[in-house]
Design a protein around this ligand. Sequence first.
Ligand code: S3P
Length: 735
Amino acid sequence: MQPLGRLLVIGLGLIGGSVALGLRRRGFATRVVGYDRNAAELEEGLRLGVIDEAVTDLHGAVCAADLVVMAVPVKVMETLMADIAPALSSQTILTDVGSAKGNVVAAAERVFGEVPPNFVPGHPIAGSEKSGVVAANGDLYRRHKVILTPLAQTDRHALKQVTLMWEALEAEVHHMEVHRHDEVLAATSHLPHLLAFSLVDTLANDHENRDIFRYAAGGFRDFTRIAASDPMMWHDIFLANRDATLKVLDEFTAGVATLRSAIERGDGQALLGVFTRAKSAREHFSRILSGTAYSLPMNNTNVKFRALPGGRVNGQIRVPGDKSISHRSIMLGALAEGVTEVEGFLEGEDSLATLQAFRDMGVVIEGPYQGKVTIHGVGMRGLRKPPGPLYVGNSGTAMRLFAGLLAGQAFDSVLTGDESLSKRPMERVAAPLRAMGAQVETGAGGCPPIRITGGAKLAGIDYDMPVASAQVKSCVLLAGLYSDGVTRVTEPAPTRDHTERMLCGFGYPVQREGASASLAGGGRLTATRIDVPADISSATFFMVAAAITPGSDILLQHVGINPTRVGVVNILRAMGADLALENEREVGGEPVADIRVRYAPLKGIEIPEAQVPLAIDEFPALFIAAACAEGRTVLTGAEELRVKESDRIQAMVDGLQALGVDIEGTPDGAVIQGGPIAGGRVNSLGDHRIAMAFAIASLRADEAIEIDDCANVATSFPNFVELARRVGIRINIEE
Ligand code: S3P
């Protein structure tokens, strides 16, 4: 990059000094010039090597400069601009570093008539409680955000130069509207400073409280560190950003008043509600969307797996908790009376989204901590209207089950999800809910968002499901809890029955006869303890890994073997796998076993259609088993795979073909010819199970397999790579 000519920094405080020093060290300009009204500061800047040259003739310096950075307090900005205006040419680029932008832009309008095109308002989000040029730090802006607030008339070249300047300082440049900038900063920076100043001042004024300073420990120090910041600068900021600060201060005051009254009333529940929500929001704060609910946006960084060829699989592991059961434990625990304790909860993004959504509806939930969650149930009618749309990320289960449950509430609600979920069919739940009297709307093409108008009077129905779907069945049964009379659902083939089992566990009677499940509305749920078994769908990747790799022997502990989930066991056995269920037992209404798999050669089979719904999530891994089997495997009756987190038939066909496997897709399945697997590159399409399936394929591949778009593995199996490595699968993560 060609260095810029002369850069002039006006105001050599911490912020301006750090800009000058950082740019000087990095050779961004041929000459870094400094000006400061305070001659001592200026001299110190020169002595410390912050600037190449100190100037006292401001007009002359502005005339000669290519880029001018105004790093003076915001309230001085207008006077400064008026002062330098006669010396500014239309070629000179002007920028500032003020913490409030509306006020600086208004000052520029007053001085220049309109904001000049070569003025780019900016604000680096970095600082320190230290001040003065002695505190200048050339790396102050490294990996920090800088917000530029260009206007319609801002010149593109000027914007580009200012962007290059911050990028040279290794900052991350963002653009924002002026008004939005001031609102955001009022909340994230100005308010906390105000509170810190106020708290320290309040305590320091109270003589009785002087001891507090003597005994002040971590909490006080952490909270009040910023009260040592430059008073004059902050005095300016609050006067400059008056309206936005007042608005957020009022919101904060209301929040404190709520806490005050909770303490006065001895309302521990209200306190715990605020604290648990805040703790979780703080833990995830860098990922929180600017939405109104405590939404938990999913991880969308581009994670790639590189799975190295060969190896074998040995050891004993417990994979994380069952996703379906984890979702349901939160839902029923929230609606129960009393406190439900959950163990083995899946701390994956899908089930965490469900947990978060209930917090948004006012339920106090402690944890998760090492798989333990404590839910303070609010009863069937205790949910509160969430402050915004409920965001359920990648989770079809959350969205469809929520739809049933929310249809029975008095308040309106909106359900949204990530890009993949936003393409999945939701009319399959909206239609039966409407038949029950609910007011439900789906978005374009019957996809999310789902909008539910509360207060509808629901009546039980007798519903014959057109698709074998546990999510639809569960949705209708959950709406049935809020309906008059009996709700009966009949399924075309058996699907997972965790909802029915768990309702019984919470003391809610569910009748089951043949293919039907029914319940009468208007009952109550009573809190209970739930031990979530390990997820057979996650265990599947290791079952298949051991089944296809000579020399393997693995024990998967405490896996749920609900008869509606064991399709993978039946299919692998039919293919000749050496698979044993050991130590079978029942835990909290769900059968559990340790599953041992040793390598044995597999053969291709025609997969019985009756097994398909019982193994619906296991096909990505089973396709890998089929590719490693001798002969042909034929899958039919599995068109549902096309509407999962991705079109799983297409994703597996494309991926396996890219690895040289002979496979052909059909509308409802695939025909796979076993044979060698070459290495290569595949795309998981952001589908967790596709990513994990191709990772285990590497055990039998000739070369490495590179898998794109794997971040969503965290939705169901956050420690997949760690466990895979532990048992001998060599996967590297590349971000
Ligand atoms: C699930 C049901 C299945 C399954 C999903 C979880 C559930 O979906 O694919 O991963 O927890 O009820 P369908 O009901 O759409 O088949």
